[in-house]
Design a protein around this ligand. Structure first.
Ligand code: SF4
Length: 225
């Protein structure tokens, strides 16, 4: 709680400071009294069985199937978002499917999926839901995958990745200017996530970069990356 009565969300570097009843930039996290509430807990915007290579993970159980699911909202504001209808949704009716952690783990088993992926929108903003699903998956012998931009504070990052077996981290560019202008975020916290994954965890992770001609595909930038 801050001196001015607002409450700060400590999940991601947005550090949203909220009055009672206000939502953060991700839209789905909301202050209610003295708590931060995840309004999308237990609801999904859709499920799909995919090849793991579509996440994309090329060296995590190659050839296996993964049950993908996501919710709504995002803590970045990428101008080139490919899932904008989900990530920028303000219509919570799009979260039609009720999906408890055990139900999701059971569905993955029934459909022959080796893993469950938290994807479509960034699981950072639904971290407690993703972690509960991950616990249920592990109890059922199913692996877990985070598909994320890696924009998260250190303490929640440690809790979150303790429940993940693999991650695909979207490194959107290698300049802070790109991050600020085209995603509304900063590069440094993403690099911290990558260093953390590499040096302090056993999480298998791969990096994806969407090249945008003239914006993030210069030879020097790619070489630096
Ligand atoms: S998770 Fe959402 S509410 Fe919390 S700081 Fe990030 S954008 Fe704001």
């Amino acid at each position: 709680m801050l001196d001015d009565g607002r409450m700060q969300c400590d999940l991601c570097p947005r550090d949203c400071r909220l009055h009672d009843g206000q939502r953060g930039l991700c839209f789905v996290r909301m202050r209610r009294g003295g708590r931060m509430l995840l309004t999308t807990y237990g609801r999904s915007s859709g499920f799909c069985v995919d090849p793991i290579e579509k996440k994309p993970l090329n060296q995590f159980y190659p050839g296996s199937s993964v049950l993908s699911f996501g919710t709504a909202g995002c803590n970045l504001a990428c101008k080139f978002c490919q899932n904008w209808d989900i990530s920028k949704s303000r219509d919570m009716d799009s979260l039609a499917d009720s999906a408890g952690p055990e139900e999701i783990a059971g569905a993955a088993l029934r459909m022959g999926c080796k893993s469950v992926a938290f994807t479509y929108n960034d699981p950072v903003i639904f971290a407690e839901y993703a972690m509960d699903v991950a616990d249920a998956c592990h109890a059922a012998g199913v692996q877990t995958v985070a598909v994320t931009a890696g924009y998260m504070h250190d303490a929640p990052r440690r809790e979150f990745y303790a429940t993940m077996d693999a991650a695909n981290v979207d490194l959107k560019a290698f300049t802070d200017e790109f991050y600020v202008k085209l995603t509304g975020a900063r590069l440094a916290p993403v690099l911290e996530t990558l260093k953390y994954l590499k040096h302090e965890t056993d999480v298998w992770f791969e990096i994806t970069t969407l090249l945008i001609p003239g914006r993030n595909d210069g030879d020097a930038e790619l070489e630096a990356m």
